[in-house]
Write a protein that binds this ligand. Structure first.
Ligand code: CTP
Ligand code: MG
Length: 380
């Protein structure tokens, strides 16, 4: 069986509100749509993932998807059902999992249950029993509805592709809200498999808060450390913490020898297990000669975030007899924050001397240490 996951992301997210439709908004370290794509792409039984977006959403969608393999973007219509139909017309395979981009988390076990059920049914959907008391809505509460035997129907919804296309072609009436309605109206059977609260849709702002909380619980804290030394050589100015400090001597090294940014870059890479500064910017490579170390730090921060990490705090200690760091501390914090995409409150810069002892005490060079705390998200 060849399985295509079709993720519909062509809505405008009116109920959540905000400037950007909900599926393109950040949730933890990546956009909601990227979570939905990653969850399905990771399942070994899913052969390809395709995404249906709204007209005018290309830029948002491309930014949200990054380098994820989703083929050409497909274009939806005015209703969810129209978006699904447009998608169905463009995909291949013999089975499809239609999924809402607004459901960022999909447990693999649900996909297993859906695909097993397809062996005996035209379609299958995850369901959860209605737990709360149900009643008709109204300014004063309407009639009670017996919740006994009622379920909430979620996505992804599985179907044999030919059956679902045929069912949509036969459908008449107002736009259906899901695929199971269309399949059943065409006389086909739909299996109900156990759903998951993780699959609950982001419909309102409260749902965003719930998803953020769930995600926060999945994040694992990690710490990285970095250390670097450069010898004094030549004339100033001295590059330290991204700032050019007026000084009679500079530091020797390939690049601009900014010992603080080097320690920080190593700490960031270390926190995410991504090797060290030498792995990414080998001194033997002439292209890094004399470049601003800000480039190293910015690149490391981007790599760490691409791993799904959130950078919480960076703390640097400069070990030097000269120059005096105090007058430049605020500017360094501001500069480091700007380079690494952090708030100034997340950046600390400290300085100490070694009381005249050792190479720093003899004013032969400057050492720097850095510690970085990150939270790693679930792997992509
Ligand atoms: N969807 C779609 N095409 C539409 C409408 C909705 O592809 N014309 C998608 C949404 O992007 C979402 C899923 O269908 O992933 C479920 O729809 P819903 O939660 O209603 O999202 P929106 O329609 O965007 O939100 P709202 O109804 O609050 O405007
Ligand atoms: Mg809608």
């Amino acid at each position: 069986m060849t399985v295509t996951a079709l993720i519909v992301a062509a809505g405008t997210g009116e109920r959540v509100g905000g400037v950007v439709p909900k599926q393109y908004r950040m949730l933890g370290a990546k956009p909601v749509l990227a979570h939905a794509v990653d969850a399905l792409a990771a399942h070994p039984a899913i052969n390809s993932v395709r995404v249906v977006i709204g007209t005018g959403q290309e830029q948002l969608a491309r930014a949200a998807l990054g380098d994820r393999a989703v083929g050409d973007l497909l274009f939806g219509g005015a209703t969810r059902a129209q978006s699904v139909e447009n998608g169905l017309a463009a995909i291949a395979g013999n089975a499809v999992l239609v999924h809402d981009a607004a459901r960022p988390f999909c447990p693999p076990a649900v996909v297993d249950r859906l695909l097993s059920a397809l062996e005996f049914h035209d379609g299958a959907a995850p369901v959860l029993a209605a737990g709360d008391t149900l009643a008709r809505a109204g300014a004063t509460l309407g009639e009670a509805v017996d919740r006994h035997g009622l379920v909430r129907v979620q996505t992804p919804q599985a179907a044999r592709l030919a059956a679902l296309r045929q069912a949509f072609a036969a459908w008449s009436g107002p736009a259906p809200t899901d695929e199971t309605s269309v399949l059943r109206a065409a006389g086909m059977t739909v299996a109900a498999v156990a759903g998951s609260t993780m699959l609950d849709k982001i419909t309102t702002r409260d749902d965003f808060d719930r998803a953020e909380m769930w995600l926060a619980g999945q994040m694992v804290p990690r710490t990285g450390s970095g250390f670097d030394v450069h010898a004094f050589a030549g004339d100033g100015p001295l590059m330290l913490g991204g700032i050019a400090i007026p000084h009679d001597r500079g530091l020797a090294g390939h690049s601009d020898a900014d010992v603080v940014l080097h320690a920080l870059t190593d700490a960031l890479l270390g926190a995410a297990g991504l090797g060290d500064i030498g792995t990414h910017f080998p001194p033997s490579d002439r292209q890094w000669k004399g470049v601003a170390s800000a480039l190293f730090l910015a690149h490391a921060a981007a790599l760490v975030r691409a791993e799904g990490a959130i950078i919480d705090a960076v703390d640097c200690t400069i070990i030097a007899e000269e120059p005096k760091i105090g007058p430049h501390r605020a500017a360094m914090r501001e500069k480091i924050a700007a380079i690494a995409g952090l708030d100034i409150a997340q950046v600390s810069v400290k300085a100490t001397t070694t009381e005249g002892l050792g190479f720093t005490g003899r004013r032969e060079g400057i050492a720097a240490q850095a510690i970085v705390n990150v939270r790693m998200g679930p792997a992509r």
